[in-house]
Design a protein around this ligand. Structure first.
Ligand SMILES: *Cc1c(COP(=O)(O)O)cnc(C)c1O
Length: 232
């Protein structure tokens, strides 16, 4: 991980990249939030992010989230799980996440609902992760399954669906990456019309593709490397 001083400069650069991308497509900079992806980094990274005003903290592994979360006393922090959830870790995830971005199957809808009731958690904010690129190596539901999952989430007492999340295609080709993002936005529009839910959040874009994601409608970019340096 880089130094605190470097992190502060990096943050300014990322905010600058975001502002320029917003300008290019006529969006207001306020429409896009920056998540600090602190996965694999020591707890210091989390403190730096919070001190810099970055309230969205992204963790990839349930156990790492569960370890770090109790050590940070900041009620304004929003702890978000952005990695896959195995069913046997669902309870731990519900206990420690303020929002889970990787809901992608019916089994998890049911597990999260049950654990919320058990743990006395009145509401759990979630995003539906969609594998829009239909990459077999990736997690996320298929586009064709999304509407029925939205319906299942709507029928729960505790889950609040705020939008969709995806990971851009792993390719250098700008057009293909953009296509993943625009397909997620279009899917959101269809699901919103079909369900009556606003679904305002589109979590898409990382260090390498954040400009394209913003130009295609992202409201939350998830950035690790550009803030903290390369992971081990
Ligand atoms: C690690 C990770 C990121 C951050 O990736 P960088 O390229 O380091 O910015 C974003 N989203 C998810 C789901 C991740 O696992």
């Amino acid at each position: 991980m880089e130094s605190r001083k470097q992190f502060i400069m990096n943050t300014e650069q990322v905010l600058e990249r975001m502002a320029k991308a917003c300008q290019r497509c006529g969006r207001s900079a306020q429409e896009v939030s920056l998540m600090a992806v602190t996965k694999t980094h020591p707890l210091e990274a989390t403190h730096w992010a919070l001190e810099a005003g970055l309230k969205h903290l992204g963790e990839n592994r349930v156990q790492e989230l569960a370890r770090k979360h109790p050590q940070v006393d900041d009620p304004s922090a929003c702890w978000e799980l952005i990695g896959p959830v195995q069913s046997n870790k669902a309870r731990l995830a519900v206990e420690h996440a303020d929002r889970i971005q990787t809901l992608d199957r019916l089994k998890l809808v049911n597990a999260f609902e049950r654990h919320c009731a058990d743990l006395g958690k009145a509401r759990l904010r979630v995003l539906l992760q969609v594998n829009v690129g239909e990459d077999p190596a990736k997690h996320g539901c298929e586009v064709a399954e999304a509407a029925s999952l939205v319906e299942a989430i709507q029928q729960t007492q505790h889950l609040e669906l705020e939008g969709l999340m995806t990971i851009g295609e792993l390719t250098e080709e700008e057009a293909r990456i953009r296509c993943t993002f625009s397909r997620l936005r279009e899917l959101r529009d269809r699901l919103s019309a079909g369900s009556g839910l606003a679904l305002p959040v589109l979590s898409m874009g990382m260090t390498g593709d954040l400009e394209w994601a913003i130009e295609e409608g992202s409201t939350l970019i998830r950035v690790g490397t550009a803030l903290f340096g390369a992971r081990e």
